[in-house]
Design a protein around this ligand. Structure first.
Ligand SMILES: Cc1cc2nc3c(=O)[nH]c(=O)nc-3n(C[C@H](O)[C@H](O)[C@H](O)COP(=O)(O)O)c2cc1C
Length: 238
């Protein structure tokens, strides 16, 4: 009886504050997100959800100046329709980032995948530049016209996806811009035209860790799942 009461108390403490939950052979630290400060949630997520792909996004500003900024709360989330999502926060002073303003106004943007040769320039594009300064010029990128939308693409990027806005989910501090990909540019030599597979070693994308820390693509590993199919057969389930 006393043990049951203690256990109930232990679990309500765990749920409420987050604590060390000891299971046989392993322990873990619990974080109830409802009780965490936003900055701490961010810190934990960017420390642990790694590596994140990076979209270097170009948009057109109100005066026609090309804006470029990197976003690692980004991913491709569908192929039918082909969908990307970019999550744009407010600035540290609570104003709307240029990328968010431009996508909301023009409904068009280009997502570039960042590789090692352009990583440092991409990082430079995160500076808060005034409206009349293009990050593209600041870091020395070259642009070329897009094929289906007005914002241009960055020539130095190995991959560029021309997108139109599918929808915008307003999350309060963040806007989740869901984009439909209209056109994909891939630098020659990366994709094998017959198979549409990537040539080994021809593409060196980088991933975001946190702050100014990035990672390179490591050694590739492959697995064979036959042993599990065999196990299902032995169980009479396949
Ligand atoms: C690698 C990297 C990833 C970033 N990811 C995001 C992100 O996912 N969302 C966001 O709001 N800001 C992100 N930032 C910060 C923006 O790039 C930065 O606020 C930038 O100045 C926004 O520019 P803009 O006002 O021209 O849109 C990231 C910065 C870096 C360097």
């Amino acid at each position: 009886m006393a043990f049951r009461r203690w256990n109930a108390l232990r679990f309500s403490i765990l749920r409420y504050y987050g604590a060390h939950l000891v299971q046989p052979g392993r322990s873990s630290t619990q974080f109830g997100f409802g009780k965490l400060a936003r900055a701490d949630r961010y810190k934990l997520l960017v420390a642990l959800v790694v590596p994140r792909p990076i979209a270097l996004v170009t948009t057109l500003g109100p005066k026609g100046i090309v804006n470029a900024a990197p976003f690692s709360f980004f991913n491709v989330l569908g192929d039918d329709p082909p969908i990307v999502i970019v999550s744009v926060d407010l600035t540290s002073t609570g104003s709307i980032k240029d990328t968010a303003r431009n996508i909301a106004a023009n409904k068009e943007f280009v997502c570039h995948i960042v590789d090692e040769p352009i990583a440092e320039q991409m990082h430079g594009c995160a500076v808060e530049a005034p409206d009349d300064v293009s990050e593209v010029d600041l870091v020395g990128f070259t642009t070329a016209p897009s094929m289906q939308i007005k914002p241009p693409r960055i020539v130095e990027a190995p991959v560029a996806m021309e997108c139109v806005l599918h929808s915008n989910v307003d999350m309060g501090t963040r806007n989740l811009f869901i984009g439909r990909i209209l056109q994909l540019h891939v630098r020659d030599g990366i994709i094998e035209p017959q198979t549409l597979r990537r040539h080994d070693g021809a593409f060196k994308p980088i991933g975001r860790l946190y702050a100014n820390r990035y990672c390179k693509l490591g050694e590739e590993i492959a697995f064979d799942s036959n042993q599990y199919v065999e196990a299902m057969k032995r169980m009479g389930k396949a």
